[in-house]
Design a protein around this ligand. Structure first.
Ligand code: MEV
Length: 446
């Protein structure tokens, strides 16, 4: 077994950890954090894939891979989107999310389903500049070298251009009123079916290099001995011009359910949305529920959920206060419920052709284009919000949530299969809580 040459302390960190073999890394972790307990090693190994080549593929996704971390992959069927029927894959740990999505899908399939439209697909990135010289000189310089900046990425964007995408425009922006000496080159891109992060960042860095090199030769800068300097070049995850809208609508009478009539239900839904618009505290939870649906599909399709989260929440604050991402109206007896969000997604590149589960999920979605995936993901968010609000304004959320969570509580209590069956039966009629389930299982054991 591998042992560290010297004891590991705060004063003696390990350098070169990434150079160790996987077995050495695991041994090091077991030795230093688990007191040599062999269970620490076996739990990591128990989650390895039986197929070594598949495991190697996962090992190579990141640095210092020790094992795999499972999350359930579930599916929500019956999603009718623009008259096409989808079964949507969702990767998520929260018990009630897939059930809620399926419920919403079932509810709306009888009312014409979801309609979704991509409004725009533009991505953007910035080259952040420091410049304290004469503004006019910078503007002159930028106008002069703009064609050269485009030329500087000819090789990088050759393939993207062939497919109809690439760099759309570069603008010089003066941001000195916000931060002294701060200018930006704002670049906009069309990246088609790719999320485009690597493409955009490569373009930005090449443009930045040309920009700085040319600046050194520009006479007015030389005369004043004031040159613009590149601070950094990076894409923005705020993509307000990469927008998708999803919507459901029906006659208010068609909303009637159980013991509540359509108008009463519609008014409750409208009020719930109005509250999320009025109160940032509520809006955060309201939008979190939307992200339950969005993230689950974004992860299932191998997309970057942190990028999506960051961009969507920034969009929720676009008018100055954090607000609801969904909207509702009731006009001429027609109830409408919709979402409009920025989503930078890809269906080629990244993990899409590497991760076997991602490939499977994309195939399940009929190998969508990025635009189609934007629609599906927006619908998943809208459906999730509809399901959450529907519960919140009628039965309350806990009834359905705890029903789905019961199995987690039972597993946590290490209940046997027979005990689980009895508990499921018992809690059909009884309120579920950790204590109630624990007491019930104890009573069975007596
Ligand atoms: C829980 O994950 C999500 C909800 O809190 C969303 C909401 O309150 O709208 C139920």
């Amino acid at each position: 077994m591998f042992a560290a040459k010297e004891p590991f302390t705060m004063k003696n960190p390990i350098f070169g950890f990434s150079k160790l073999t996987k077995t050495q890394k695991i041994d090091w972790i077991a030795n230093h954090y688990f007191n040599h307990n062999p269970e620490a090693t076996s739990i990591l190994k128990a989650y390895w894939n039986d197929d070594p080549s598949l495991q190697k593929l996962h090992d190579d996704f990141i640095e210092n891979t020790l094992s795999n971390y499972y999350l359930p992959l579930g599916v929500a069927p019956n999603f009718l989107i623009n008259d096409t029927l989808y079964t949507i894959p969702m990767v998520i740990e929260e018990s009630s999310v897939v059930a809620a999505a399926s419920n919403a899908a079932k509810f709306w399939i009888q009312k014409g389903g979801f309609k979704a439209t991509v409004l725009s697909t533009e991505k953007n990135g910035q080259i952040h500049l420091d410049y304290y010289g004469n503004k006019k000189n910078l503007e002159l310089f930028f106008t002069e070298i703009k064609p050269l900046l485009f030329e500087s990425i000819a090789d990088i964007q050759k393939n993207m251009e062939k497919r109809g995408g690439g760099l759309l425009n570069i603008q010089l922006r003066n941001v000195t009123e916000t931060l002294s000496g701060y200018y930006q080159l704002r670049c906009t891109f069309e990246t088609l079916d790719a999320m485009g992060a690597n493409f955009i960042n490569s373009c930005l860095e090449a443009i930045a290099t040309t920009f700085e090199a040319e600046a050194q030769k520009f006479k007015a800068f030389k005369d004043a001995q004031q040159f613009p300097k590149v601070v950094m070049s990076i894409l923005s995850n705020y993509v307000p011009n990469c927008l998708v809208r999803a919507e459901v609508s029906c006659h208010v009478n068609d909303l009637e359910q159980n013991d509540i009539n359509g108008t009463e239900f519609a008014e409750k839904m409208l009020r719930a949305v109005a509250i999320a618009k009025a109160s940032p505290s509520r809006a955060v939870t309201h939008n979190k529920g939307i992200m339950n649906g969005i993230d689950a599909v974004v992860v299932a399709t191998g997309n970057d959920f942190r990028a999506v989260e960051a961009g969507v929440h920034a969009y929720a604050s676009k008018d100055g206060t954090y607000s609801s991402l969904t909207h509702a109206s009731l006009e001429n007896d027609i109830f409408k419920f919709w979402i409009e969000i920025p989503l930078a997604l890809g269906t080629v590149g990244g993990l899409t052709s590497l991760h076997p589960m991602v490939k499977f999920n994309l195939q399940l979605l009929k190998n969508p284009s990025a635009k189609e995936l934007m629609k599906i993901v927006a619908v998943a968010g809208l459906a999730q919000n509809f399901a959450a609000l529907r519960s919140l304004v009628t039965t309350g959320i806990q009834k359905g949530h705890m029903k789905m969570h019961l199995m987690n509580i039972l597993n946590g209590l290490q209940a046997s299969e027979t005990e689980k069956k009895k508990a499921v039966q018992h809690f059909k009629e009884t309120t579920i809580s950790q204590t109630a389930v624990s007491d019930f299982i104890s009573s069975l054991k007596k």
